[in-house]
Design a protein around this ligand. Structure first.
Ligand SMILES: [Zn+2]
Ligand SMILES: [Zn+2]
Ligand SMILES: [Zn+2]
Ligand SMILES: [Zn+2]
Ligand SMILES: [Zn+2]
Ligand SMILES: [Zn+2]
Ligand SMILES: [Zn+2]
Length: 1670
């Protein structure tokens, strides 16, 4: 039917006179019958049916119509003729990795997909890797996007591409017409449906034949309501379960809309009104529509049709172009009426899903072809204003708005320029931006302080326009046309209008009152200024490439500034200032009382352009074209100066306002102004603005100030410091190309030197400290290796750069980017360095680079009279030294200024030896007397002797020496040119000089001696600190490694009595059976670290039978201890106090602690280690028993196996009858009689405490002392802990004995002794029954049921359990201790034999799957080797067990690491070293073991077969390159929501599962609580403990239980030895094996919970995170 039907429809359509009518008729009939039938939550089968019908009845006819043949064949044919676009155009999914090349990308928005990247040249370059936020596409093949290597291997154009664009081949030529008409019809259909906001009506021709009363209640997405609100509302409105509501909410969030109810109109309308009512209280209600089902069906098909077209055009470039034409062709309405226009203009009305689909189609079609991309870009630019306005009104994120396509269009440089010229794009963007900021003050400036939340939200959105402007300007033109100049300057006009609205906005007036009620909104204005800073520098870059533009821009900027300034001095009183013989006219203005603003963007732009004039030397070449004469220097400096004074006053604490943080920025306007003014005038104005003029002008005023209150004095001191700093900046900061004669390279180098002068820094810290250019590059790479050496990181920490010593001389204490804190740190570091090298500690300024001519006159500031008088004044105060009138840092700045002046003079002398050097600072400071106490130099000499100025002495010495040097230089110059005029005077001076020199030499000697001693002392001190630092910094494991020696002595000590000290009361006590109990803090946890079967499902704890451990060790109980000992009673008191504190805390505030007190958790009072119980300390040998070493040879006193078996069997028989009697109702002898019990009641109580803890944790049950499983779990944790420690020692290749750290050693010995004693508190019958059952596992007995087969038993557990339970049996028999030991020996032998059989049985099966057994066990030798390897872990664990049980000394051979301890091990365990000998003697046992039905069943595949040796578990293998993981994660889809991308893909490091974390979709209920995927996973994979890698964040996550978790640095490092948590920097990351092994070791040591505990204690914010939702 189908085969006939399809071509038939196609043919009928072909014959039709009106194809559109015909197609519409078909769609009208079928679409509502196929799509969107009924509630969408219906089962899967109808979905499949829907999909099939849609394929056959809707798509296939279209394909037939287009191709006129079987679609598959037709498409293949098309593809053959396809000439794909050279552009890759791969559209990025959320979270997919993108790559950019720091060396070759035209701008940072140019990115490659992973495939293209791997096939490109850039993978050898310095690349950046980031994860995509979705949208955007691969720029491979776009020649404009890359300076080099624009094509990857796959997209390199071949001849086929370079050919002239052909028409479709003959075969396809008639398809053009068909394609054209089909695309027209379908695209129009889709656009009509998506853009109409009708709920009932369909476009003409699509009305359904029969119209039922079937509706959908459609819920739309918005960004106002939270998930929780939506879920809650839905549960109420449509009566669904929480789960359904979550699923609805997820879909709404993902697709933008979702039908939540299906039915007749009334039914849907009712739900709608409930939703609206419920969500309209606080905000605007959720958007809900009741839509007719046919409308929904057609919209649904419209989307599918768009996707279909997107797919079809992939097969043929011809069809792609046709679709572009169809889409861009203007409709009957003329301008802006093409289908694409209609889509764009209705963008904000569509729901998210629809937008995504049509955006994707645009990218696949229009943007893949330069010609159509251009047309589209023009349309986009034409509609720009309207699109942006729509975007402002809309509340969806920008990624789903069509406006986000700007990055695709504007970053293509030719396109951007074309749009600028033809569409005046730059002006449009700026004007649109300005129009959206409506709030203005009276002067027309922006006003942000009265923004409502709604307006603030819009302000957030309007900022994306600045982003667009940045794209347009990101690459500066290499060639200018007149048109471009015109439009750029027009844009600049608009930009200046914008800046004028910002200049002086948000002015502030100092509040003098005590309390400020409301902080004015300053953040918005500040954000705006920061964002525009980039644009300003881009505009400057553009100007720098063309002289005409630069000159015009300068003029425009200047006139903008004077417009801002007009009326500035109005109403301000003119005054005249005079100081040091100079007078200047200005006006009265006080920053502290009048309005001041920090926003001066016009000044900033002008300053930059002024520097450009200097750099390009335009100012000197064509001065006549420049309006330099119009500049009024005082005006130029006025506003920046006010701003700086404001900063200074903030520093001085005069502006007490919260959050007022300003970046201390020196505006280059000051340079410009100062260079054009008389230096004395400049300084006087500066003094006046700082409100300091009178202090320096009149001694009286100063005196008055001094006597004023302390706050005022201090404020003035700070202001003077700031003012001096400003002068240092203006004269000394020359590292800007154009101000000083430097290259950009020099600037970066200087920045780095000064950063590294503070301390060695990591790469990322340096990057953060350096300013970035438009391409986000700092230039760091080009310089760093010259000035610094790299120290690679160890296992912790990160790689650091250290300044090479030869660059220290470039250090400038008053580096302009230093904060005060930086400055003092750097000063300290530098002084220390000099002291260490035995140098003096003077930190004179480095030689500055020469100034450019335009700024050349700045140096005159240094020797102007006003400055000299200021210097003199400060020195004078220092000499008088009376009270708080001056500060050391004031003096330090003056000394710095003096030194700068001297350096300047020296340099000028050196450079022009012959000429008369006009700069004569030395003359001025020696001859002039600004103060009564003499010249500046004389003051300095006085100060040199002042005892209170020890710190500055070296600097003063340096200055005086320098003055002498310069004098000599001048004299030499003078003597060569002129004959010395006055020889006598000269001689006199030489004598004085000689005297002085002698004095100085002596002083110098003394200083050197003093310094040598100081240096020695500091060296010693340093040494001491270093040693201790190492001691403290040693991580726990290193400490642990160093204890092996200690452990040996402990073993030797074993025989002696044991004295311990309680950490709480500090009392010493001997550990004895009848004394007060001592306990060790301990932590018991479930563990799957040794598990060989992670799919094991934990059975219901009530029915769990723990007596036999399965050899897969799927779940064990691990005990650890920090080794700290307390009295039981002290601990109990401590724990009660903790509980009380917790109760009180909970009443006060609902906070959290890092430990769960209700679950018995506490922190060790000494080391804060997480603990949840205590282990009692028991004496080495219980009083009633004598010690025997297991290593004793089997002596004649010991019964043979047969004899022992007989005795034991008799005992068991006795027990059986005794038990029967008991159950017959006689009074039970339940416990060991008190007189027989070797332990005091307090010790017994603690034994019970620990037993019950293991029971509670191991089975997750409420404590129940009477449960017969209690002793089993105590034995279990002993066996499991020994086993896991044996594995650790093996893996780390440490010796079996003597290498354990004390705390583990203590833990194991007390754990073993406890387990051997725990039967004393249990009902005897219980322990006996256990022993009988364990014994029958070795000697099958028909009387006992449910004996497991030997393949289902872990032999070490069996050994431990039977040995420990045997004690209880033996206690009945008082015949002597030797029996106990021999019994242990017999049990060991029996279990060993059983294990051998187990190994042999499992090794012969499934050889092909197991590498250890891959070769057929052909020879006996091979078999022996295999058996030995298999049994070794068991023997080692047994040796540890008996060592701790009997406190025997281990053989010396086992105290050293290395292989080949087989003999020593066997002899320690009294086993023959040829184990098969033991085997031979017991062959009678083989039969019952092997004939157990379970053996056959397991070997035939009925159960988990575990082979021996069990390999130690490792964490999963991670790829070397992190991007592999990112890629893997980006293709990972949420397992619950049908192919949806996961937001937080997270990798389990234990088993390798990828999880969809931190998301509603994957929440699961665990123990009655909804938890996220990670937490849920830990319960199946890690018994509550988990290690994950959050792939998008590049962060390791540790989770324990539901409430605990912490983050841990990932094992991935960049080339600079740093991790990149959050993937912010994007450097390539590679696996660091060492760090990964460290994490693995933590896991194997069961240390995760402890790490989390410590992390949470250290950082309280971690406690508040809802870890269970991850
Ligand atoms: Zn690509
Ligand atoms: Zn490519
Ligand atoms: Zn490159
Ligand atoms: Zn105590
Ligand atoms: Zn401790
Ligand atoms: Zn896992
Ligand atoms: Zn999910």
């Amino acid at each position: 039917l189908v085969q006939h039907f399809l071509p038939e429809i196609g043919l009928r359509w072909l014959a039709a006179a009106d194809l559109q009518q015909e197609v519409y008729r078909h769609l009208a009939a079928y679409v509502p019958r196929i799509l969107c039938l009924g509630p969408s939550s219906s089962g899967g089968s109808s979905r499949e049916g829907e999909e099939l019908a849609y394929q056959l009845l809707l798509l296939a006819p279209l394909e037939w119509l287009l191709l006129r043949e079987e679609p598959a064949a037709g498409l293949a044919q098309l593809q053959e003729n396809n000439r794909p676009s050279p552009l890759c155009g791969h559209v990025f999914k959320v979270g997919e990795p993108t790559y950019s090349c720091r060396e070759c990308a035209a701008d940072p928005t140019c990115v490659l997909c992973m495939q293209c990247f791997l096939g490109s040249v850039h993978k050898e370059h310095r690349y950046r890797m980031t994860t995509s936020g979705g949208g955007g596409f691969c720029d491979c093949g776009d020649a404009e996007a890359w300076k080099r290597g624009p094509y990857c291997q796959k997209h390199t154009p071949t001849d086929r591409h370079t050919e002239e664009v052909r028409q479709l081949s003959v075969h396809l030529s008639d398809m053009v017409a068909r394609g054209y008409s089909i695309f027209s019809i379908i695209l129009k259909y889709a656009v009509d449906l998506l853009t109409c906001d009708q709920e009932e009506q369909l476009p003409a021709g699509l009305e359904p034949p029969e119209r039922g009363d079937t509706y959908y209640c459609m819920l739309f997405n918005d960004e106002v309501h939270t998930y929780e609100q939506v879920i809650y509302t839905l549960q109420k409105a449509v009566n669904c379960s929480q789960k359904e509501a979550v699923s609805f909410a997820t879909m709404v969030d993902r697709d933008g809309r979702k039908s939540v109810r299906y039915g007749d109109f009334q039914f849907c309308d009712q739900a709608k009104s409930v939703i609206v009512r419920n969500t309209s209280r606080q905000s605007k209600p959720l958007r809900v529509q009741v839509m007719h089902s046919s409308v929904v069906a057609h919209q649904c098909f419209a989307l599918k049709a768009l996707s279909w077209m997107g797919q079809i055009i992939q097969y043929s470039d011809g069809l792609r172009r046709i679709l572009c034409q169809v889409g861009l062709q203007n409709g009957p309405e003329g301008e802006n009426s093409s289908l694409v226009d209609r889509l764009m203009l209705n963008d904000s009305k569509m729901w998210k899903g629809a937008r995504n689909i049509y955006h994707q189609l645009l990218m696949n079609s229009l943007l893949m072809d330069l010609k159509y991309k251009k047309i589209f870009a023009i349309q986009f630019a034409k509609n720009y204003r309207r699109l942006q306005t729509d975007f402002m009104e809309d509340d969806h994120e920008r990624v789903v708005s069509v406006t986000s396509l700007s990055v695709q269009l504007f970053t293509v440089p030719t396109m951007a320029r074309m749009l600028m010229v033809e569409q005046n794009l730059m002006t449009t963007i700026i004007r649109t931006f300005v129009d959206h900021l409506r709030h203005r003050d009276l002067q027309g400036r922006f006003q942000f302080d009265r923004y409502t939340a709604q307006q603030a939200f819009k302000f957030g959105r309007v900022q994306s326009l600045i982003g667009d402007l940045k794209y347009v300007l990101i690459t500066r033109p290499s060639e200018w046309t007149n048109q471009l100049r015109l439009k750029f300057l027009e844009g600049l006009d608009a930009f200046l209008d914008l800046l004028k609205c910002m200049q002086g906005m948000d002015p502030v007036v100092r509040q003098v009152g005590q309390h400020i009620e409301m902080e004015p909104e300053w953040e918005a204005a500040f954000t705006l200024q920061m964002k525009l800073t980039h644009i300003i520098s881009m505009i400057q870059e553009w100007c720098s490439t063309d002289e005409h533009v630069l000159i015009d821009a300068y003029r425009k900027c200047l006139s903008a500034l004077s417009q801002c300034h007009c009326g500035l001095p109005d109403g301000e009183q003119p005054i005249s200032l005079s100081l040091a013989g100079h007078t200047v006219d200005t006006f009265r203005y006080q920053v502290s009382q009048d309005k001041v603003s920090i926003h001066l963007p016009v000044c900033r732009l002008l300053a930059g352009l002024h520097v450009l004039l200097s750099r390009t030397e335009l100012s000197s070449r064509v001065p006549e074209q420049l309006p330099l004469g119009e500049l009024s220097p005082p005006l130029l400096i006025e506003l920046p100066l006010r701003c700086l004074v404001l900063c200074a006053q903030v520093h001085a604490g005069m502006w007490r306002r919260n959050g007022f943080s300003l970046i201390n920025q020196v505006s280059s306007n000051l340079y410009a102004g100062a260079s054009m003014m008389d230096p004395n005038h400049f300084l006087m104005i500066v003094l006046s603005r700082f409100e300091l003029f009178n202090i320096f002008n009149s001694a009286d005023v100063r005196k008055r100030y001094r006597e004023a209150n302390k706050d005022v004095v201090q404020q003035n001191n700070t202001l003077i410091e700031e003012m001096l700093h400003l002068i240092i900046m203006v004269v000394g900061e020359r590292y800007v190309a154009g101000v000083g004669q430097v290259e950009p390279f020099d600037e970066v180098r200087r920045e780095i030197i000064h950063q590294l002068s503070i301390r060695p820094m990591a790469h990322s810290e340096l990057v953060k400290a350096l300013p970035e250019n438009g391409n986000k590059e700092t230039g760091l790479e080009g310089v760093i290796d010259i000035v610094a050496s790299f120290k690679s990181p160890g296992v912790t920490g990160r790689g650091l750069y250290e300044l090479r010593p030869e660059w220290n001389k470039n250090f400038n204490l008053y580096f302009h980017h230093y904060s005060r804190a930086d400055q003092s740190k750097a000063e300290e570091a530098q002084r220390k360095l000099r002291r260490q090298k035995g140098e003096d500690t003077a930190l004179p300024p480095p030689l500055p680079p020469p100034l450019c001519p335009l700024f050349g006159s700045l140096v005159n500031l240094l020797q102007c009279d006003v400055l000299l008088s200021v210097e003199g004044a400060v020195l004078q105060w220092a000499v008088e030294s009376s009270g708080g009138g001056w500060t050391e840092s004031m003096l330090q700045r003056v000394l710095h200024l003096v030194a700068m002046s001297l350096l300047e003079e020296q340099q000028q002398l050196e450079n022009n030896r012959d000429d008369d050097v006009t700069f004569n600072y030395t003359y001025k400071i020696t001859r002039e007397a600004p103060s009564p106490s003499g010249s500046v130099l004389a003051l300095l000499e006085t100060l040199q002797k002042a005892p209170q100025l020890e710190v500055h002495k070296d600097m003063i010495t340096w200055i005086i020496k320098m003055v002498a040097n310069i004098k000599t230089m001048r004299e030499q110059t003078a003597s060569t040119s002129t004959v010395s005029v006055c020889p006598g005077h000269g001689a006199e001076e030489t004598v004085r000089d000689r005297d002085k020199a002698e004095r100085k030499r002596k002083a110098e000697m003394a200083r050197l001696r003093r310094e040598k001693i100081m240096a020695q002392m500091s060296e010693m001190q340093k040494h001491f600190i270093n040693e201790n630092k190492e001691l403290f910094q040693q991580s726990l494991e290193e400490l642990e490694a160093s204890t092996s020696a200690a452990a040996e002595t402990r073993v030797g000590r074993a025989e002696h009595r044991q004295l311990v000290t309680c950490i709480l009361c500090q009392e010493e006590q001997e550990v004895r059976g009848h004394s007060r109990a001592m306990v060790l803090a301990a932590f018991v946890q479930r563990s799957t670290v040794l598990s060989k079967n992670r799919r094991h499902i934990v059975p219901d704890p009530e029915r769990q039978e723990p007596l036999f451990m399965h050899p897969d060790l799927s779940l064990g109980i691990h005990t650890a201890s920090c080794g700290h000992i307390m009295h039981a009673i002290c601990w109990q008191r401590y724990f009660e106090a903790v509980q009380l504190k917790e109760q009180r805390r909970q009443q006060r505030l609902r906070g959290h602690t890092s430990y769960d007190v209700e679950n018995g958790e506490f922190l060790c009072p000494l080391c804060e280690c997480l603990s949840n119980t205590v282990i009692p300390l028991l004496p080495h040998s219980p009083d009633h028993r004598c010690t025997h070493s297991l290593s004793l040879p089997v002596s004649v006193n010991h019964p043979t196996l047969e004899a022992w078996l007989n005795t034991t069997n008799q005992q068991i028989a006795t027990l059986h009858s005794a038990h029967r009697k008991q159950s017959d109702g006689q009074s039970p002898v339940n416990h060991l009689e008190d007189k027989l019990n070797p332990f005091s009641s307090s010790i017994r109580e603690m034994i019970t405490t620990f037993s019950v803890s293991t029971y509670k944790v191991g089975l997750k049950l409420n404590p129940n002392e009477q449960d017969p499983r209690v002793p089993v779990l105590s034995w279990s944790t002993c066996a499991y802990t020994i086993q896991s420690i044996e594995r650790l020692l093996m893996e780390e290749e440490k010796p079996l004995f003597g290498s354990l750290p004390c705390r583990q050693d203590d833990c194991l010995s007390s754990l073993t002794r406890f387990s051997s004693a725990c039967w004393t508190v249990a009902p005897l019958k219980t322990v006996h029954t256990h022993f009988i059952r364990l014994f029958t596992a070795l000697f099958p007995d028909s009387q006992v049921e449910n004996t497991p087969c030997i393949l289902d038993t872990d032999m070490f557990h069996l050994l431990v359990y039977s040995v420990l339970s045997y004690s209880s049996v033996q206690s009945l028999d008082q015949s002597g201790c030797s029996v106990v030991d021999s019994a242990h020996l017999h049990l060991l032998h029996l279990v060993t034999v059983a294990h051998l059989v187990q190994i042999l049985l499992t090794s012969t099966t499934g050889q092909y799957t197991h590498t250890h057994h891959s070769s057929v066990l052909s020879s006996g030798w091979q078999l022996w080797r295999c058996v030995k390897a298999g049994i070794l872990p068991f023997l080692r664990a047994a040796a540890l067990f008996f060592h701790y049980l009997n406190s025997t000394a281990p053989p010396a051979d086992l105290l050293v690491a290395g292989p080949g301890h087989w003999e020593a091990l066997c002899s320690f365990l009294s086993l023959p070293s040829n184990l098969l000998q033991v085997h031979q003697n017991q062959h009678t046992l083989l039969e019952p073991w092997c004939c157990h039905p379970g053996v056959r069943q397991t070997l035939q595949g009925g159960g988990v077969i575990v082979r021996f040796p069990r390999e130690s578990n490792r964490l999963i293998e991670l790829p070397e390159d992190y991007s592999v993981l990112i890629n893997q994660a980006s293709s990972f889809t949420c397992p619950r929501s049908g192919g949806d991308k996961s937001r937080a893909p997270t990798l389990c490091l234990v088993c390798g599962s990828m999880l969809c974390s931190q998301s509603y979709c994957c929440q699961t209920e665990v123990e009655g609580e909804d938890v996220g995927a990670c937490t849920a996973h830990t319960f199946t994979c890690g018994a509550g403990v988990g290690l994950f890698l959050r792939v998008r964040e590049s962060q390791v996550l540790f989770v324990a239980g539901k409430t605990k978790g912490s983050f841990y640095p990932p094992p991935y490092l960049d080339d600079y030895g740093e991790t990149d948590q959050g993937l912010k920097r994007g450097n390539p990351l590679h696996l660091c094996q060492e760090r990964y092994r460290k994490i693995e070791r933590l896991w194997r040591q069961h240390g995760i919970a402890e790490v989390i505990g410590h992390a949470q204690e250290a950082n309280q914010t971690l406690v508040a995170i809802d870890w269970q939702h991850l």
